[in-house]
Ligand binder design. Structure first.
Ligand SMILES: NC(=O)C1=CN([C@@H]2O[C@H](COP(=O)(O)OP(=O)(O)OC[C@H]3O[C@@H](n4cnc5c(N)ncnc54)[C@H](OP(=O)(O)O)[C@@H]3O)[C@@H](O)[C@H]2O)C=CC1
Ligand SMILES: CC(=O)[C@@H](O)[C@H](O)COP(=O)(O)O
Ligand SMILES: [Mn+2]
Length: 381
């Protein structure tokens, strides 16, 4: 039996992970030992009664206290970042699903790896900020990092059975988001509501805005570099508006393997939870006679400047991707609060990157300091 904790069980990936576990009930037993939320104690209370974890963590201390008072269950309620770390490192678990959003996922993931837990990784910010450190720690502790992000799951699936064959090129597909084919002039007055209308995926607010700026693809390029040990020059982003091909791998003989499926995160989540096995699922399957157009375009880097900034951050290396990520988190937060315009997002990130003196081999503590600095810097703009 697999025993897991889910960090961020009340979010888009967290709730879909629980849905996968519900559907797997008769095929593979997965015991949910730990759950966590930021503030949503109403939903985590329901999850506690359905999945019976032994511990839950609530980031918000007041909400944690309120939940403790409410519960008719022996579950232990923890609070704050220490609570999140405890959920990630519980003795009895073998796997942690990292479905919190943002850099807050970094330390719990690092601690989980140190305690030899496998990681089903949705939280891409972990690898963007500290890819080298995380991958080294994973190797040292001989644990698996199983990608949940749909593109990285696709690449991982394309690589199965190809250990002996070097990767020539990764073709990372992008939907193009809600503003595909828009000009800079047209983007001037787009609203939060417009940015939150993703054409193909229903996701949390932060990643949905990241898709609209194409920063999501930039973060995914960095995530792919670390997960698959490839160079930036081997990763090509191609806009594929249908989001049916979730990514592709080209080998040295020119052969390209693609992973295809309806845009449904339960597929990569299930594969990460049951790897290397595949189990029957009841979600919609592809009908090629209806899905009969697969098209491809180049991303416009002069419009989607966030993607270019991510390429630049990765090319510079060291601590720069952590600055890119932290500044982006703050800029997106400000945009969601309607404090800045859509086109201010890349401007704010670029300013933070320009003001940063890169450390080429940062420690985890350097990264946390730099993350904090970039947040404060961007907040003050
Ligand atoms: N959604 C998707 O389809 C995909 C998501 N990802 C990645 O997965 C991660 C999660 O995304 P998604 O599920 O969309 O995000 P959501 O915003 O839907 O969920 C985030 C989860 O994290 C919790 N959380 C938020 N902030 C904090 C905090 N400061 N401390 C502790 N917990 C916190 C939330 O709690 P609360 O409910 O209280 O807010 C919620 O449980 C992201 O890194 C994203 O990039 C990757 C691929 C696809
Ligand atoms: C579902 C998933 O993995 C998201 O990261 C998705 O890919 C976002 O779509 P785009 O960033 O391609 O618009
Ligand atoms: Mn993705």
């Amino acid at each position: 039996m697999r025993k897991i904790s889910i960090l961020g069980s009340t979010g888009s990936i967290g709730t879909q992970t629980l849905d996968v576990i519900r559907n797997l009930k008769n095929a593979e037993d997965i015991k949910v030992c730990g759950l966590s939320t930021n503030q949503n104690i109403d939903l985590i209370e329901k999850q506690i009664y359905e999945f019976h974890p032994s511990k839950v963590a609530v980031m918000d201390e007041e909400k944690a206290f309120e939940l403790k008072k409410r519960l008719r269950s022996s579950v232990e309620v923890l609070a704050g970042i220490d609570g999140l770390i405890e959920i990630a490192t519980m003795e009895e678990i073998d796997t942690v699903v990292t479905s919190v959003v943002g850099t807050i996922g970094l330390i719990p993931t690092f601690e989980a790896i140190r305690r030899k837990k496998n990681i089903a990784l949705a939280n891409k910010e972990t690898l963007v900020t500290a890819g080298q450190i995380i991958m080294e720690e994973a190797r040292k502790n001989d644990i698996k990092i199983l990608p949940v992000d749909s593109e990285h799951s696709a690449i991982f699936q394309c690589l199965q059975g190809n250990k002996q064959n070097p990767v020539q090129r990764i073709i990372l597909t992008a939907s193009g988001g809600p503003f595909r084919n828009k000009s800079l002039k047209e983007l001037k007055n787009v609203t939060v509501e417009d940015a939150l209308k993703h054409p193909n995926w229903s996701m949390g607010a932060k990643i949905t805005v990241d898709s609209s700026t194409m920063m999501n693809k930039g973060l995914e390029v960095i995530e792919a570099k670390w997960l698959f040990n490839v160079e930036l020059s081997q990763i090509e982003v191609v806009v594929h508006p249908q989001s049916m091909i979730h990514s592709m791998v080209e080998f040295e003989d020119g052969s390209i393997i693609a992973q295809i499926g309806e845009p449904d995160m339960r597929v990569p989540i299930q594969y990460a939870l049951t790897f290397p096995k595949r189990y029957r699922s009841n979600w919609p399957k592809v009908d090629f006679t209806k899905r009969n157009i697969f098209s491809f375009e180049q991303p416009d880097l002069s419009v989607f400047k966030c993607l270019q900034l991510a390429y630049d951050a990765l090319a510079i290396g060291g601590s720069m991707p952590a600055v890119l990520n932290a500044a982006n988190e703050i800029a997106v937060e400000k945009f969601l609060k309607k404090e800045i315009h859509f086109l201010d997002i890349p401007i704010m990130i670029e300013k933070a990157m320009e003001a940063h003196n890169t450390i080429m081999h940062p420690t985890l503590s350097d990264i946390l300091d730099i993350d904090q600095w970039a947040r404060e810097f961007t907040k003050g703009r």
